[in-house]
Write a protein that binds this ligand. Structure first.
Ligand code: ATR
Length: 281
């Protein structure tokens, strides 16, 4: 009998805390669905233990071919990697790792996940000429990159700390403009797309009232928050007659490139998976 460790492909999600990560549910569903001899496990790694965790990964003391990185290690994973693609360099944060000839390679699949969710649920989304992005953190950078990749001509970033929004102008160039929160009503006027990338609207976090009716009639509002699924921003936008897409699909689609890399199968984001994750909320 061969040692099962020699044939089973193993991957992980590392973070601190890690208990609430839904990645094991997603990858576990696909492993079963596609009959892959593999496993995907949670690794609780505190900040101070992360360098040793990566050392053990690279030396083969851990059984993994790669894995996902979540809060608070995304920036550290980016810095510690041996090979970084151009996307991860631009974002300065990695969420997907894999080993190649003993070298640690890093990528970021949030840009893919954001665009794939909208492609699936509102295929015309990128025809908006002007987008408004609320927030200027790591998630905002991934969203801006996706908007720019898909040809959206003007991106207005609105943030509580206006200096962070303005930093993004330097990072992304002429199509990006930074604004304080007070400018939100003005920049929403005639916009085709609104994206919340902040934690506003998460369960227990209070949300401002926004007049989405200032947007284009056929405008779209989306949110990267997915707990609750119908966030206060989406509920307000729907009540004001706008189309909406929830953020759960971004979580599901961002897992696709990692699964392909580690397990060699391109998995589908199907309705059964969506229902499984919703039932787990
Ligand atoms: P992430 O990597 O998830 O994007 P982050 O880098 O901490 O996380 O960024 C969080 C974003 O949510 C920021 O834009 C933050 O605004 P500041 O830059 O002013 O901190 C925004 N945010 C969080 N809580 C907020 C609140 N209560 N009101 C307004 N903006 C908030």
């Amino acid at each position: 009998m061969p040692d099962s460790r020699e044939t089973t492909v193993e991957a992980f999600v590392a973070g601190w805390p890690i208990k609430h990560s839904r990645s094991p549910l997603i990858h576990g569903y696909w492993l079963k669905k596609y009959g892959v001899d593999g496993s995907y496990r949670r690794e609780a790694v505190p900040v101070e233990a992360f360098p040793d965790f990566i050392g053990d990964l690279k030396s083969g003391r851990l059984p993994y071919v790669g894995g996902n990185i979540t809060i608070p290690h995304k920036e550290a994973a980016y810095r510690i990697a041996d090979r970084r693609d151009t996307l991860v360099q631009e974002l300065g944060a990695a969420n997907t790792l894999w080993l190649e000839d003993g070298r640690l390679c890093a990528s970021n699949t949030d840009v893919y996940g954001f665009a794939a969710n909208l492609d699936e649920r509102h295929p015309d989304w990128f025809k908006a000429e002007r987008a408004v992005v609320l927030g200027a953190g790591g998630a905002s950078r991934a969203v801006i990159r996706a908007l720019r990749d898909r040809g959206i001509a003007e991106i207005n970033v609105v943030n509580r700390t206006v200096a962070r929004a303005r930093e993004l102008m330097d990072r992304f160039g002429a199509s990006v403009h930074g604004h304080p929160m007070t400018a939100l009503p003005e920049v929403l006027q005639g916009a085709g797309l609104f994206i919340n990338t902040t934690s506003l609207g998460m369960d227990g976090v209070e949300t401002p009232v926004i007049d989405f009716s200032r947007m284009q009639l056929r405008g779209l509002v989306t949110d990267i928050v997915y707990v609750p699924l119908r966030t206060p921003f989406l509920v307000q936008a729907e009540a004001q007659g706008l189309a909406t897409v929830d953020g759960l699909g971004m979580l599901l689609h961002q897992a696709v490139p990692g699964f392909m890399k580690w397990f060699g199968v391109r998995p589908l984001v199907d309705e059964t998976l969506r229902a499984l994750v919703i039932a787990d909320m």
